[in-house]
Design a protein around this ligand. Structure first.
Ligand code: 4NP
Length: 182
């Protein structure tokens, strides 16, 4: 069953998020190349956390399934679309490692392909449960953040808009989680 904004529960249930021992939450965003969608999702989520004064309570990072763009800055087309909504994209692309999955409380896939590959990498049900679709938190209806790489500027603008919407929903859930643990 998909979890929508309307049937979210504050704690427990399907939207509960494991917290690390220090009370901080750690969230990893994953797409294919780590140069478009996951850096945008990470930056939009950080902006929403800052707005809510929660940026010191949640650790964020992003990574890619593929290795083609390791070491690259975010795609200039994605940076342009981000800038249009007041978000500055930074970072260096890296590949997600099976070994690191255990340390993240939430691992958020941008599309079903990312999701399936992450599930295949995960060792154990405990890790698999923490792999979710980013748009599960999106109050707008939709399943994936579409891959913009071979498209035009409109596609990048759409990714930016989706990421901001989903980030807002995600931070609403995270803020309940961190507040319930203080
Ligand atoms: P991303 O976009 O997964 O959102 O970073 C892509 C980047 C590169 C490629 C595909 C998607 N690629 O095929 O190289």
């Amino acid at each position: 069953r998909r979890v929508r904004a309307s049937d979210r529960e504050p704690a427990g249930g399907e939207t509960s998020v494991r917290a690390s021992g220090d009370g901080r939450l750690r969230v990893l965003f994953v797409c294919l190349g780590n140069i478009c969608r996951s850096p945008m999702a990470e930056a939009a989520t950080r902006a929403a956390l800052v707005e809510n004064g929660l940026d010191d309570r949640v650790e964020l990072d992003s990574a890619g399934i593929g290795d083609w763009h390791i070491g690259s800055a975010p795609d200039s087309r994605m940076r342009d679309a981000a800038r249009q909504v007041g978000i500055n994209l930074t970072g260096t692309a890296r590949q997600v490692l099976a070994d690191e999955l255990e340390r993240w409380d939430l691992i958020l896939a941008m599309d079903r392909s990312n999701y399936t590959q992450l599930r295949a990498m995960a060792r154990g049900d405990d890790v698999r449960e923490r792999i979710r679709m980013f748009r599960e938190f999106d109050p707008l209806d939709g399943d994936a953040v579409p891959d913009p790489y071979y498209g035009d500027a409109d596609g990048f603008a759409e990714v930016a808009a989706i990421c901001r919407s989903a980030a807002g929903g995600l931070v609403a859930v995270l803020s309940e989680q961190v507040r319930s643990r203080t």
